[in-house]
Design a protein. Structure first.
Lengths: 134, 293
C-alpha cells in the first residue's frame, strides 16, 4: 500500500509544476515504472483518489513498464537477466552486479491544459469512460 | 480505512504540521466519496483534442519532465545523509518481516556495544512505544516513530527524529524500520546501508520472493540460527538466492539468544564507524556534545 505514498508524491511534483506555470488542470500524466521498481500498476488505485482537489484531478495516468536489464562484466554488454529473480547474464550465466534498467520510478511527461477556460466542460464533451484508472 | 486503496487519514499524523491544506483536503474528501472511479467526473475530461469541440479550448501542450517520483523523499534523504556525514554518524536501516527478531537483535547487540560506541535507536512501528521501551530499558536512547497506517518509514520522518539525536562523532543511529519486506525497500532514509534480517523460521526463498528488498541491502543477517536443528531452513540455499538478486551482499549468521555470531555483527558496525570517522573531516562537532551517558 505504499503506492498511496507514491501517488501522493507523484501528484505533489505535478501539482507544484503546474502551480509554477499557472496551469490549473493536467490532461495526462505519463510515468515510467521499472519492472523491479517498488511500484506497480496498483498506483492506479490510489491515483484518482489522491488527485481529487489538485491539478491532477481527472487526469489520465499512463504507465509504461520498463523491462529489467543488467550489465554483464564478462560479456561487457547490457543483457536481459536469466530470470526475474536471478540477475545472471542470460548468455554466459555470470552474476551481474549492476542493474541498468528496471528500477525506474519516473515521471516522464505531462500533457497540460494551458488555461482555466481551456478546461472542457463536461456537457460539451462526448463522454466516454477511460478505464485506465482501474 | 479505505478498502480500495488502503489509505487512511491517520497516515498523515506524523506529518500533520507539514501537510499542505490541499493534500489534507483531498484525503478528507476521498473518504467522503464513494470510490466511483469510473464515474469520477474528472475522468470525462480526457476526451477530445484541443479546440476540436469546445469553444475557448486552447492547444494542449506536452512537456517532458523526467523527474523521479520519489524525488521529494530522496531530497529529504540527502539532507539526512549530509547531516549524518557532517556529524560523522553512521546510520543503518534495519529491515525484515515482522517477527524476524530485529528488536531482540538490537537489544542483545546494544547491551555491550553501548559501552564501545555511542548509539541512538530510532524505532518505527505502526503503533505503540513497546520497542522503544525495550531499548530504553537497557539505557540506550530511543526515539519511537508511529507511522499509523503507514507501512514504512520515510526520510521526512527520520529528519524529524534526527533533530532529537545528540551523538558525538563516531556514533551510530540504528533505525529499526516497520516490519515489512516490501515498502521500506523504496524509501531511502539517508542511511549508509540497509541491513536485511531473515530468520530461520521463515522460508529460505524469501530473497527471491521479495527481491526488491534484498537487492538494495548491503548486509544480510540470518538470525535465530540456534533454531536451525528444529527447522528445515537451508542457510546456503537462502544465501544463494540472495546472491542471485544481489551478488555483492554480505552475509552474517547469528543468534541473539545464544550470542553466537553476535560479535562479528558488532565488529561489522564498529568497522564502519571507524572508516566513517577516518574518511570524514569533522565539521562543527564539539567534544562536549550532550551525549546520553
Amino acid at each position: 500500500m505504499h503506492e498511496l505514498a507514491l501517488a501522493r508524491s507523484l501528484i505533489e511534483i505535478v501539482d507544484e509544476y503546474a502551480a509554477e506555470r499557472h496551469v490549473t488542470h493536467i490532461k495526462q500524466i505519463n510515468v515510467r515504472l521499472g519492472e523491479m521498481s517498488a511500484m506497480t500498476r496498483a498506483l492506479h488505485f490510489c491515483f484518482s483518489s489522491v488527485a481529487e482537489g489538485t491539478s491532477c484531478e481527472g487526469a489520465i495516468l499512463n504507465i509504461e513498464i520498463i523491462p529489467l536489464t543488467v550489465y554483464c562484466g564478462k560479456c561487457d554488454a547490457i543483457k536481459a537477466p536469466s530470470g526475474r529473480y536471478s540477475f545472471r547474464c542470460l548468455d554466459c550465466g555470470m552474476p551481474a552486479h549492476k542493474v541498468i534498467t528496471g528500477r525506474e520510478m519516473q515521471l516522464a511527461s505531462l500533457e497540460l491544459f494551458k488555461t482555466e477556460e481551456a478546461f472542457p466542460t463536461p456537457p460539451n464533451v462526448q463522454q466516454s469512460l477511460r478505464l485506465e484508472s482501474i | 480505512m479505505c478498502t480500495v486503496c488502503g489509505c487512511d487519514p491517520a497516515i498523515n499524523n506524523e506529518h500533520s504540521n507539514n501537510v499542505s491544506s490541499n493534500e489534507f483536503t483531498s484525503e478528507h474528501e476521498h473518504h467522503n466519496h464513494n470510490h466511483h472511479h469510473h464515474n469520477n467526473q474528472g475522468l470525462h475530461y480526457g476526451q477530445g483534442e484541443a479546440g476540436a469541440t469546445v469553444a475557448g479550448f486552447s492547444q494542449n501542450k506536452l512537456v517532458q519532465i523526467e523527474r523521479n517520483i520519489l524525488s521529494k523523499n530522496n531530497g529529504y534523504a540527502e539532507n539526512n545523509r549530509q547531516w549524518l556525514d557532517s556529524n560523522c554518524l553512521l546510520a543503518l536501516n534495519l529491515v525484515s518481516s515482522p517477527g524476524a527478531g530485529k528488536t531482540t537483535l538490537l537489544v542483545e547487540t546494544l547491551k555491550s556495544l553501548k559501552h564501545q560506541i555511542p548509539v541512538t535507536v530510532i524505532e518505527g512501528d505502526q503503533q505503540t512505544d513497546n520497542d522503544a521501551d525495550r531499548i530504553r530499558q537497557i539505557d540506550v536512547p530511543a526515539i519511537q516513530i508511529n507511522t499509523g497506517k503507514g507501512c514504512h518509514l520515510d526520510a521526512h520522518m527520520i529528519g524529524h527524529a534526527l533533530q532529537e539525536v545528540t551523538l558525538p562523532a563516531g556514533g551510530v543511529v540504528l533505525i529499526e524500520n516497520v516490519g515489512n519486506l516490501v515498502c521500506p525497500a523504496a524509501f531511502d532514509l539517508g542511511e549508509a546501508s540497509k541491513v536485511v534480517i531473515l530468520s530461520v523460521t521463515e522460508g529460505e526463498d524469501k530473497p527471491i520472493k521479495y527481491p526488491d528488498m534484498f537487492a538494495v541491502a548491503d548486509l544480510l543477517i540470518v538470525s535465530k540460527i540456534d533454531l536451525l536443528p528444529h527447522v528445515d531452513f537451508d542457510v546456503d540455499q537462502a544465501v544463494e538466492y540472495a546472491r542471485c538478486i544481489n551478488p555483492d551482499i554480505e552475509v552474517l549468521k547469528l543468534s541473539a539468544k545464544t550470542g553466537e555470531g553476535l560479535q562479528i555483527w558488532k565488529n561489522w558496525i564498529i568497522d564502519r564507524t571507524e572508516s566513517l570517522t577516518a574518511q570524514s573531516t569533522p565539521v562543527s562537532v564539539t567534544e562536549d556534545t550532550k551525549y546520553y551517558a
